[in-house]
Design a protein around this ligand. Sequence first.
Ligand SMILES: [Fe+2]
Length: 391
Amino acid sequence: MPRYLSLGSLPKKRHTAHRVSPGYRHEGIYYEEVVSTQGFARAYSIVYHLRPPTRVRKVEAAGAWPVGRVEQPALRHHHLKTGKMPVAGDPVTGRVPMFTNADVTLWRCSPGEQQAELFRNAVADEIVFVHSGTGTLHTQFGRLPFRPFDYVVIPRCTTYRLDFEPAAGPPDLLVIESAGTIDFPRRYLNPDGQFRLGAPFAERDLHGPADLDTLDRNEDTPVLVKDGPRLTRYTLAHHPFDAVGWDGCVYPFTFNADDFEPITGTVHQPPPIHQTFEAAGGFVVCTFAPRLLDTHPDAIKVPYAHSNVESDEVLYYVRGNFGSRRGVEAGSFTLHPHGVPHGPHPGTIAASKDITRTDELAVMVDTFRPLFLTEQAVALDDPNYPYSWLE
Ligand SMILES: [Fe+2]
């Protein structure tokens, strides 16, 4: 969880009247909402609203959004090129699922329209990785600007709208939908909860909402709620972004991949040095950021071949020249599953001998349970990729 933050107006003590005149129904107060996690046991925020957040006009079924996972007939490596996906839908409805298991679903999204209605994921945290595009995430916690290569972390149950600036070019997103709570690696934190000296990022690299935008709109406002594949449309009797203040440790925030300070060595360092997030035992997210390559005179500067033991490894290629791979491009996914070795492509060890740094940027999602391809991913899969290590 990010550090404690507060914005706007708060009463001196929790759970006491936050007075305003005349207030909704002339009751003279702002209305408190506790946004907690794991029941009331873990991090929470307290939000103060113009009106009670419970004013629901209508609840209606809004269909289902199933993720069609495909049982693979053979265990093998996969390579999908998604860099030129057709533009479709908006930042929510345009999402196309690629890989899934009980812990995580990875979506790609190249939206062509602004988000049509407010959205709320009721059972999953989301990390929206901004491959391209600039804009603002609007929530009850205020305005959160984002830019290319930001991880936008949105806690579950946050009602939001992702607005993109058309002048900044077409948006392109990787969305990581997580059943477990997104957190930082515990080893990055000291016993006092502060990022350790030497961790690859720290508090100053995390950005919460910049300012509040208190909307006083007593008008019906639909919110699309997703819990798993089920969709429900709630029509609220007022706009939910009516907070006058909040404080706590649960709120959306950004971390830019270019702010990841890579850890390098004289010889190749293992993938956990790139770790950025983890999700309650289900998976980790790593950032392969631009970095100096290993400096030992005999160092082999691309990763050693390895078998993924008890994990499936997805790499999403963002930017630059990927030294250990041939044939991948920005927007490619590779899936190297459990039980089968993979490593640098032929010729890449020799080609990297005199290179001193890499400009690659890639996002890795390592899951601890097997991943499934979706129907949409199968359509993009290169069946010859498993043979790409032959001369
Ligand atoms: Fe690997």
